[in-house]
Design a binder for this molecule. Structure first.
Ligand code: UDX
Ligand code: UDX
Length: 448
């Protein structure tokens, strides 16, 4: 079957860029990205400099494909009905209540999508899991589709996304691999082939790896867990470096020169953030416990524990430097995004770091080149717990330019590795560099 119409449910960091690239590379396929969030869709349809996702190269892709064969819409049912292939790219946050709260993935949005597809579909559909999901979710989706459907045939594929934010477009153009998992039935394998044919428009065939559904679902969780594990490994060693006089950057380089280990993901930091690593590892831990694999669960849980330790350790360093009390100390927090080149601040270490400093009495001045003042205050509102001030602006201000930074401040802290911070002259201000990007900072986890 040749696909002419694709629908993607979820116009977020994954759905938006991924579909924009598919549309760009497959001009004969109409790609419609739908979302319940009207503002988000309006922003995707609005001016190119205010797209809801900031990614280097994204505006160029959207500029070329939008209106040609790439469309953004809130008409979910219409797009489902028209499409032969439907990607589910909605969020799967960690559950906050019920069984598995704090660990398991909340699948209610994915399940709602499956119900929606089942109720609307009048023709056969290939339904693709793009969101990261616990292994064996396809079974649940299939069950909903078959139970609620109107006699049409549904085939489920798993096609996890491996893009990293900040390099999403390059990752999509030149993926290390495209993973497609399908049922080992004749119709399952036919569906796999239709998706292979789409990616083959720009990805070399040797990089398209097809597996069974469960391997594909689990490979995504396992890949993220292994990447995060490397960061926690190097971060744990940064603590030992500080005790012994070893330099963490030198250590990282020395270890990474072994080609069996490699250099990537060995950069010590103030901890990893982002919407994926923590959520996916907690999900993996939950799954292992579910299957009675307690030792395996504990092994992976340690990756999260070290990450929390690292975030806390960096904040504590600053508190200790000022003798245990930050009352009245003006401290700048440079960087709010969880990494450079993105406007995404989900689970950013900066949020937890700022909370700890604030609780100890600090007056915070925050700046990030891409995260807006509104987003910063909304993160504080969402993530901070008891320490939240009644009037959220008391003791916290957000600068709109790095040049507004007053260098008579008590200390500057660097939480995101933005290029602009590397080039900035901080004069004689005390700088604590959680990303190890400056060569002359007072304290640096990255530098050791
Ligand atoms: C994230 C993670 O990055 C990814 O790995 C995970 O598997 C899913 O969650 P992301 O694209 O970053 O994906 O999420 P987000 O930016 O929150 O986008 C999801 C979109 O789905 C939102 O715009 C939301 O409005 C939309 N949505 C959610 C729907 O349209 N319908 C729903 O029922 C639920
Ligand atoms: C990750 C995976 O890399 C990607 O394959 C998957 O699809 C989604 O999750 P992302 O979270 O966007 O991507 O960014 P990534 O580059 O992996 O960085 C995650 C966090 O780890 C960031 O906070 C980053 O600063 C931190 N990190 C990364 C380190 O602290 N040290 C490193 O060496 C690398």
């Amino acid at each position: 079957m040749k696909i002419k119409n694709i629908c993607c449910i979820g116009a977020g960091y994954v759905g938006g860029p991924t579909m924009a690239v598919i549309a760009l590379k497959c001009p004969d396929i109409k790609v419609t990205v739908v979302d319940l969030n009207k503002e988000r869709i309006a922003a995707w349809n609005g001016p190119l400099d205010t797209l809801p996702v900031y990614e280097p190269g994204l505006t160029e892709v959207v500029a070329e494909a939008r209106g040609r064969n790439l469309f953004f819409s809130t008409e979910v049912d219409k797009a489902i009905e028209e499409a032969e292939m439907i990607f589910i790219a909605v969020n799967t946050p960690t559950k906050t209540k019920g069984e598995g709260a704090g660990m398991a993935a909340d699948l209610r949005y994915v399940e709602a999508c499956a119900k929606n597809i089942a109720q609307v579909a009048k023709t056969d559909k290939v339904v693709i899991e793009k969101s990261t999901l616990p292994v064996r979710t396809a079974e649940k989706i299939k069950e909903i589709l078959d139970r609620e459907g109107k006699g049409v045939h549904f085939e489920i594929l798993s096609n996890p996304e491996f893009l990293a934010e900040g390099t999403a477009i390059q990752d999509l153009f030149k993926s290390d691999r495209v993973l497609i998992g399908g049922y080992e039935t004749e119709s399952g394998q036919k569906a796999v082939q239709t998706l292979v044919d789409i990616y083959a428009n720009w990805i070399p065939k040797v990089k398209i790896f097809t597996t069974n559904v469960w391997s594909s679902e689990l490979a995504k969780l396992a890949s993220n867990a292994m990447l995060a594990q490397r960061i926690s490994s190097i971060n744990s060693l940064s603590a030992l470096c500080e005790k012994t006089g070893a330099n963490i950057n030198e250590l990282s380089e020395a270890i990474g020169m072994d080609h069996r280990i490699g250099q990537k993901f060995l950069k010590a930091s103030v901890g990893f953030g982002g919407s994926c690593f923590q959520k996916d590892i907690l999900n993996l831990v939950y799954l292992c416990r579910h299957y009675g694999l307690d030792e395996v669960a504990e092994y992976w849980h340690q990756v999260i524990k070290i990450n929390n330790y690292q975030k806390d350790r960096f904040a504590q360093k600053i508190i200790d430097y000022f003798g245990g009390d930050l009352t009245g100390k003006r401290i700048a927090i440079l960087g709010w995004a969880f990494k450079a080149n993105t406007n995404d601040s989900r689970e950013s270490p900066a949020i937890y770091f700022a909370e700890k400093l604030f609780k100890t009495g600090a007056i915070l001045e925050i700046y990030d080149p891409m995260v807006s003042k509104e987003s910063i205050f909304s993160d504080i509102d969402f993530y901070w717990e008891a320490s939240k001030p009644k009037d959220i602006t008391t003791g916290i201000s957000v600068l709109n330019s790095l040049n507004k930074l007053d260098l008579s401040i008590d200390a500057v802290t660097i939480l995101t590795e933005w290029e602009a911070f590397k080039r900035h002259d901080f004069s004689k201000t005390i700088v604590f560099d959680g990303r190890g990007i400056l060569s002359s900072s007072n304290y640096s986890i990255g530098k050791g």
